[in-house]
Design a protein around this ligand. Structure first.
Ligand code: SAH
Length: 222
C-alpha cells in the first residue's frame, strides 16, 4: 500500500483513491466526499500520506482510512454503533459517522486531551460536523482505548488507529455478535492489520491482512 498521489481538492483526492481501487464502494466514496480532509490535516491535506498532528500522533493516510472503511463496511450499516480507538484528528470518526447515518453513532476515544479538543475543533469547522456533535451522533471521549469504552458497548464495529501489542480482550468483549474489529497488531518489528470477526455464536475468527506502520497503542503520556 505504498501508492502516493497529491491532489488539489478533496474531490480529486477521492477520485484518485477510487481510480487506484483504494476506494471500492460507492458508500465509502460518498462518506469520504462528505468530510473535507483539510479540516483535519494541518498540511498537504489532499496528498495520500500521513501527516503529523502534534503530540507524536499522525492523521493516517487517506488510503488507510479508505481501507479501514471498506474492511468494516458490512458492519457500518445505517443505525450501527461504532468505536474509533485512537481517534486523533477525528477525521475517520467523521467518515464513519457518515456511513452509519443519523440513526447510528460513533464514539472516538483518545488518551491525549489536547487531541480530543483538536478533534472537536476540527469537526466543528463544518456545519455537518457541528450537527453530528450537537445531536450526539459523534462524541469524543478521553481514555485508554485498550479498554474500549464500556458505556456505549456493544459495538457493531471497532476501529483501532494505533498498533496493539497483544489481544485486548475488552475490545472483542465489547463487540456485538456479529461484529468486527479492525486492528493493527505489532509482531516483532512488523505490524499487520487483523480483522477479527465475532460470529453469531460468539466465537472469534482472526484474519491477517497486510503489513502496515502505525504509532503504538501506549500508556498516556505524563
Ligand atoms: N485515526 C487517527 C489516528 C491517530 S494516530 C487519525 O487518523 O487521525 C493514533 C492515535 O492513537 C494517536 O492520536 C494516539 O494519541 C492514540 N493513542 C495511542 N495509544 C492510545 C491509547 N492507549 N488510548 C487511546 N488513544 C491512544
Amino acid at each position: 500500500m505504498a501508492w502516493r498521489s497529491s491532489a488539489t481538492s478533496n474531490e480529486v483526492l477521492v477520485a484518485n483513491l477510487e481510480r487506484n481501487k483504494l476506494i471500492e464502494s460507492e458508500r465509502v466514496k460518498q462518506a469520504m466526499l462528505q468530510v473535507d480532509r483539510a479540516h483535519y490535516a494541518p498540511a498537504s491535506p489532499y496528498e495520500d500520506s500521513p501527516q503529523p498532528i502534534g503530540h507524536r500522533a499522525t492523521i493516517s493516510a487517506p488510503h488507510m482510512h479508505a481501507n479501514a472503511c471498506e474492511s468494516l463496511l458490512t458492519y457500518l450499516q445505517p443505525g450501527a454503533k461504532v468505536l474509533d480507538i485512537g481517534s486523533g484528528s477525528g477525521y475517520l470518526t467523521a467518515v464513519l459517522a457518515n456511513l452509519v447515518g443519523p440513526s447510528g453513532s460513533v464514539v472516538g476515544i483518545e488518551h491525549i486531551q489536547p487531541l480530543v479538543d483538536l478533534s472537536n475543533t476540527n469537526m466543528s469547522k463544518s456545519e455537518q460536523g457541528r450537527r453530528m456533535l450537537d445531536s450526539g451522533q459523534v462524541k469524543f471521549v478521553t481514555g485508554d482505548g485498550r479498554k474500549g469504552w464500556k458505556e456505549d458497548a456493544p459495538y457493531d464495529a471497532i476501529h483501532v488507529g494505533a498498533a496493539a501489542a497483544e489481544h485486548h480482550i475488552d475490545l472483542t468483549d465489547q463487540l456485538k455478535a456479529p461484529g468486527r474489529l479492525f486492528v493493527p497488531v505489532a509482531e516483532g518489528y512488523m505490524q499487520h492489520i487483523y480483522v477479527i470477526d465475532k460470529k453469531e455464536d460468539g466465537s472469534l475468527e482472526r484474519n491477517k491482512l497486510y503489513g502496515v506502520q502505525y504509532v503504538p497503542l501506549t500508556d498516556a503520556p505524563e
